[in-house]
Write a protein that binds this ligand. Structure first.
Ligand code: AR6
Length: 230
């Protein structure tokens, strides 16, 4: 796993070095400038209709807990627009004095953070569905489509389905455009709690259960990220 560690643990500027990194050769010999970075969307707050005020509390609490446990990593919460969830999370993170170099928010498509914004993220999280299938809209559809069929095949090798609150780490094959163009080495699928009656396993506004499951989902996500680094 040494190769995985070094490819996750390095961040490079400049295309020549990137090319070397992405071909997968002499990865470990390159000097490490960057910090392992996980970009993640706000799980459950769009299609799954989870309350954003409650979700933002959970995100900030789980981020704070995780950053206390690990060393040199960076977490980035991403959304397509300057949304309510981003501003809620930003102000709550500020109140808690969370280091903005280690946790920040970013506006953009999570599958284009490097090519459109210069933000290198080695690992991205997906707000998945329980079947771990492409499509269905939201960030899931975008990630599967940007990653190509390689992601679906690699996902199938790891898991056939996911329970709410759980995550599965999928190494992205180097043939995937998301790997080649964006430098993403792993996708972590996360299944959050669902409050949408049109979707499976609706919790019918049971926020005791919902908050517990969303907390578990972020714990599983961050543990999955940590497992790639070790
Ligand atoms: N880049 C960054 N953030 C995004 C992107 C993107 N390309 N697309 C959406 N978001 P959602 P959920 C944000 O609905 O609520 C799917 O159909 C979005 O604005 O993707 O967990 C799956 O198959 C929101 O902040 O996930 C599941 O069935 C966040 O990502 C179901 O939706 C999550 O929104 C999961 O619902």
């Amino acid at each position: 796993t040494e190769k995985i560690t070094s490819s996750v643990g390095n961040e490079y500027e400049g295309n020549t070095e990137d090319q070397v990194l992405l071909e997968g050769s002499s990865v470990g010999s390159l000097s490490s400038k960057g910090v392992p970075t996980l970009a993640f969307p706000s799980i459950s707050t769009s299609d799954f209709q989870f309350n954003k005020e409650k979700a933002s509390d959970i995100i900030v609490e789980k981020v704070e807990e995780f950053l206390k446990k690990v060393g040199n990593v960076r977490l980035v919460l991403v959304d397509l627009h300057e949304s309510n969830i981003l501003s809620l999370v930003r102000s709550k993170a500020e109140q808690k004095n969370i280091d903005s170099k280690r946790f920040s928010t970013s506006v953009g498509d999570i599958t284009r953070l490097y090519t459109r914004g210069g933000l290198r993220c080695n690992v991205i999280a997906n707000a998945a569905n329980w079947r771990l299938k492409p499509g269905g809209g939201g960030v899931n559809a975008t990630i599967f489509s940007a990653a190509g069929p390689a992601l679906e095949a690699a996902t199938k090798e790891r898991a056939g389905s996911l329970s709410p609150g759980k995550a599965v780490v999928v190494p992205l094959p180097s043939t995937s455009p998301l790997f080649k163009e964006e430098g993403v080495t792993h996708v972590i699928h996360v299944l959050g709690p669902n409050m949408n009656p049109q979707r499976p396993n609706c919790l019918k506004n049971d926020y005791d259960k919902g908050c517990r499951i969303l907390g578990e989902a972020y714990s599983s996500l961050f543990e999955g990220f940590a497992s790639i680094l070790s």
